[in-house]
Design a protein around this ligand. Structure first.
Ligand code: SAM
Ligand code: SF4
Length: 335
């Protein structure tokens, strides 16, 4: 009989969730993520083809993965995104169900793609939006595209992808005065806003602990305008959720740096060039692409998954002396 949970790491964490970066390219240049000139893009011939991607996902599902989140870079820039969603959604987990397929996107292109993506089997979408002010959006992302993002969010709702999670990152002196406005807007629209602490993963290596807006600061800002009470039962979810003014609206705080949730982590990550990572902050990757292209069997690929997990550390170590930021930026690992 096979092990019921082959994707259990050395600390007893069972892994169910695969985050796939479909591309390292992006049509925005959020200052906390990518420099204006972009980054050194991955070489084309290193990118997984859809068939290679399906093979890897299939092996992961057979080992116990149940959820697939597509991200990047900007996943909607992939011309074959609808086909990729449909093909993953049609695969089977170890228990014979279909995997849950979700996406994290900046929302640009969603106005056109939300409906075909929902038809293809996409179940949930997280849209990143850090400001509701057009001039500030243009400054922060270096592109004047706020109307496209808002239209994308509307289209996602119309396509049945609600409730939509909206990810916001506050930068000191840039948009940290918008916490209350963002929550007020999200609650009125029925979206679930989640604030994310800035992590040391930017391509420019400009992250400074002192300039990061902490989860505690965000809650203090929100409490100037609303009552904010914790919702119990977080499970493996990274966001601590709070009822706003008694509900039903909620807000989430993902305090990855100040209150790490590594103990409940159930994620693995696959880069667009076929490298498996056991953590956003991992300093090493496991190459699936080379053995795959050399004709490895499913068993051989599966053993790369389990060996990668066996090396997973108990935590990300950001708060420990000697922490080193990974070589790849967030946009290439997949956020
Ligand atoms: N382009 C898509 C988007 O923006 O949603 C998907 C990729 S993006 C890397 C995924 C998420 O990571 C976004 O919500 C973004 O705000 C967040 N992010 C990017 N850089 C970050 C950093 N250094 N620390 C924390 N979150 C970051
Ligand atoms: Fe692009 Fe997302 Fe990074 Fe912004 S956060 S630059 S949208 S990958």
């Amino acid at each position: 009989m096979t092990d019921p949970a082959p994707l259990t790491d050395g600390y007893g964490r069972v892994h169910r969730d695969l985050r796939i970066s479909l591309t390292d390219h992006c049509n925005l240049r959020c200052s906390y993520c990518m420099p204006a000139e972009g980054v050194a893009w991955l070489a084309r011939d290193t990118l997984l083809t859809p068939a290679e991607l399906m093979r890897i996902v299939r092996v992961g599902l057979a080992l116990g993965l149940e959820e697939v989140r597509l991200t990047g870079g900007e996943p909607l820039l992939r011309p074959d995104i609808v086909e990729i969603v449909a093909r993953i959604a049609a695969l089977q987990t170890a228990t014979g169900a279909h995997p849950e397929v979700s996406m994290t996107t900046n929302g640009i292109g969603l106005a056109r793609l939300a409906e075909p993506l929902a038809d293809a089997g996409l179940t949930r979408v997280n849209v990143s939006l850090d400001t509701l002010r057009p001039d500030r959006f243009a400054e922060l992302t270096r592109r004047d595209r706020l109307p496209d993002v808002l239209a994308g969010i509307e289209a996602a709702r119309a396509a049945g992808l609600a409730p939509i999670k909206v990810n916001a990152l506050l930068m000191r002196g840039v948009n940290d005065d918008e916490a209350v406005d963002l929550v007020r807007w999200a609650v009125a629209e029925g979206h679930e806003l989640r604030f994310i602490e800035h992590m040391p993963l930017d391509a420019g290596h400009t992250w400074r602990r002192e300039s990061m807006i902490t989860g505690a600061e965000i809650l203090a800002m929100l409490r100037t305008a609303f009552t904010v009470e914790p919702v119990p039962g977080r499970g493996a979810a990274p966001a601590e959720r709070y009822l706003v003014d008694g509900g039903p609206g909620t807000v989430g705080v993902i305090a990855s740096v100040t209150l790490p949730f590594c103990g409940a982590c159930d994620r693995l990550r696959l880069t667009a060039d076929g490298q498996l990572r056991n953590c956003l902050f991992a300093r090493e990757e496991s190459d699936l692409r080379t053995p795959l292209r050399a004709g490895a069997s499913d068993e051989e690929l599966g053993s790369i998954f389990t060996a990668c997990l066996a090396r997973k550390l108990p935590g990300h170590g950001i708060n420990e002396p000697g922490f080193l930021q990974p070589q790849r930026p967030m946009s290439a690992i997949g956020g």
